[in-house]
Design a binder for this molecule. Structure first.
Ligand code: HEC
Length: 432
C-alpha cells in the first residue's frame, strides 16, 4: 500500500507538468489538469471513505459534478488542514491509513480549480483505492435500556452510568466495538468498562439507588473500584467504529457486566427543537477466549492542571517513570483527550539517555476530532523508559467559550470533568 501511494504521488506530480501543444489556442493550452486523470484519484483516496452517499460525512463526493460544484469549499477545507480529519503530526510518528494530501497534491487540486475544473479525457481516467473505515460485526448488541430523559439531570455537565449485561457465561474477547450515540446534541462522551462477576452485586445496588434509568456517577468515575482500568469501548466526537490493532483483543470475562459512563452536556437544550431523549447503543465484535492476545486500553494523564486566567500559552508537562501497567508493553495505538482550551497534546517516551521518541502529537488540537491513531511501527516500552505528556492551552480572552451567546471572561482552569474544565490525557492501546 505504502509503495503504491508513493508511486501514485510521483505519477501525479509528473502529470502536473504542462505539455505545450503547438498551434493550440492560448486559453486551451493553459488547461493542464484533468479531473478524471488528476483529481479523481485524490478524492477517492483521501475523501471518499467518508464523503460518499450514505457515508459518515454530509457531502457526497462520488461524481465529478459533485466535486466540481463544491470545488472552492473543498479547497478551503483542504488548504486550511481541516480535511481530511487526520491531525497527528507526521514529524512525530507515522500512522496507518494516513489520508492526507502532500503539498504537491494540494497544489494540483488548486491548479485544477483555477483552470475552471476541467473534466478531462475519459480515456485517461485513473482511480485509487478508497480505504474502508473499520467495519465492526455486531455480535453482541446492547443499549442503555430505554429512552433516557436528560432533563432529569440538574447541571450543564452530568455523568450518568448505565449497566449492560452482555450475557456471556464463558470468557469472550472483544475484537472491535462501535458506540452509536443516541443523541449527538447532548452526548459528549461514552466510556464502557468491565465490572467483573464478583462486583456485580455492588453495581446492581448502585443502580437500584437511583430511581432514573442508570445511576448518577457525577464524580466522573463509575463508583466501582478498579473498573476504569478495564475499558472495552469508548466514543468521543470524531471517533468511528474501532477495531483492536494487530492480534490483540480486550477480555470480557464470564458473567461480567459493562458499566457505561455517559457525559451529557445540556447546553444544546436551550434550543427547543433539540430532543431531550437519548438511547445510546453499543455493539461488540467478539471472539472466543484464547484466539487473540489480551490487549488493554489505559490512560496516561497529567492531573493537577494549573492554567492561569488569560495565559495564551500555558504549557503543562508531566514526566514519570514507566507506570507498572505499561512495563514491557508494546503500544499499538494512541488517542489524545482534552477539552476546548487545549491547542496541543503530545506523548513521548523518554529513553534512559535522555533522547525522546514521539508517540503522538496533536499540534492543532480540535475537540471535535478526537480519533485514535494506529502506529505503523508499534512502540516497545522497556525498563528505564519514562513517559512525558505535554499539553498546551490557550486561556486568553479571545479563546473563551460562549454561554448563551456571551463570551465568558477568562478564569483559572484546572483538571475536571466539566466541559469548561480541562484534561490532559492520552489513551494507549497496548499488549504485554
Ligand atoms: C474520516 C472521514 C472524512 C474524510 C476522510 C474526509 N472528511 Fe470531510 N468531513 C467529514 C465529516 C464527518 C464532516 C462533517 C463534520 C464537520 O463539518 O466538521 C466533513 C465535512 C467536510 C466539509 C464541510 C465542512 C468544512 O470543514 O469545510 C468539507 C468541505 C469537507 N469535509 C471536505 C473534505 C475533503 C475535500 C476531503 C478529502 C481531501 C475530506 N473532506 C475527507 C469526514 C471526513
Amino acid at each position: 500500500m505504502r509503495s503504491f501511494l508513493v508511486l501514485l504521488v510521483v505519477g501525479l506530480c509528473a502529470c502536473g507538468v504542462p505539455t505545450p501543444t503547438p498551434g493550440e489556442p492560448e486559453a486551451e493550452a493553459k488547461k493542464t489538469m484533468s479531473y478524471l486523470r488528476d483529481v479523481q484519484p485524490l478524492v477517492e483516496r483521501s475523501c471518499k471513505s467518508c464523503h460518499t452517499a450514505g457515508g459518515v460525512a454530509p457531502l457526497a463526493l462520488d461524481t465529478p459534478e459533485q466535486v466540481t460544484a463544491l470545488g472552492p469549499a473543498l479547497w478551503s477545507a483542504i488548504d486550511s488542514g481541516r480535511m481530511p480529519p487526520f491531525f497527528a503530526a507526521s514529524s512525530c510518528n507515522t500512522y496507518e491509513n494516513d489520508p492526507r494530501l502532500t503539498d504537491a497534491e494540494k497544489a494540483l487540486f488548486k491548479t485544477w480549480l483555477d483552470e475552471g475544473s476541467p473534466l478531462g479525457d475519459p480515456a485517461e481516467a485513473r482511480h485509487a483505492p478508497t480505504p474502508q473505515l473499520p467495519v465492526v460485526r455486531h455480535d453482541v448488541e446492547l443499549s442503555i435500556g430505554g429512552e433516557f430523559d436528560v432533563r432529569k439531570m440538574n447541571d450543564t455537565d452530568n455523568y450518568q452510568c448505565f449497566v449492560m449485561n452482555p450475557g456471556n457465561t464463558s470468557d469472550l474477547m472483544v475484537r472491535g466495538y462501535e458506540v452509536i450515540p443516541g443523541n449527538l446534541a447532548v452526548v459528549h462522551h461514552v466510556l464502557a468498562y468491565v465490572v467483573t462477576a464478583d462486583q456485580v452485586a455492588q453495581l446492581e445496588a448502585l443502580d437500584a439507588q437511583d430511581p432514573r434509568l442508570g445511576y448518577a456517577c457525577q464524580t466522573g468515575g463509575v463508583g466501582i473500584q478498579g473498573a476504569t482500568r478495564n475499558q472495552v469501548a469508548g466514543w468521543v466526537p470524531g471517533q468511528y467504529p474501532s477495531r483492536m490493532p494487530a492480534d490483540t483483543a480486550l477480555l470480557l470475562p464470564a458473567n461480567s457486566r459493562l458499566v457505561v459512563q455517559i457525559h451529557y452536556n445540556l447546553a444544546a437544550l436551550n434550543d427547543p427543537s433539540v430532543s431531550p431523549f437519548d438511547r445510546t447503543r453499543l455493539a461488540l465484535e467478539t471472539a472466543p477466549a484464547g484466539m487473540y492476545r489480551r490487549g488493554q486500553i489505559l490512560p496516561m494523564l497529567k492531573p493537577n492542571l494549573a492554567i492561569a486566567a488569560g495565559d495564551a500559552n500555558s504549557v503543562q508537562t508531566l514526566e514519570v517513570a514507566l507506570p507498572p501497567a505499561f512495563r514491557g508493553a508494546t503500544v499499538y495505538r494512541a488517542m489524545a483527550h482534552a477539552h476546548q482550551l487545549a491547542t496541543q497534546v503530545k506523548l513521548e517516551v523518554v529513553k534512559p539517555d535522555g533522547s525522546s521518541r514521539c508517540v503522538l502529537d496533536n499540534p492543532k488540537w480540535d475537540f471535535n476530532w478526537q480519533r485514535d491513531y494506529t502506529l505503523t511501527t508499534p512502540v516497545q516500552l522497556v525498563t528505564g523508559d519514562r513517559l512525558r505528556i505535554t499539553c498546551v492551552y490557550d486561556n486568553s480572552a479571545a479563546n473563551q467559550p460562549m454561554v448563551g451567546g456571551v463570551q465568558q471572561a477568562p478564569r483559572a482552569v484546572s483538571w475536571g470533568e466539566g466541559s469548561f474544565d480541562e484534561m490532559c490525557m492520552t489513551y494507549l492501546t497496548f499488549a504485554q
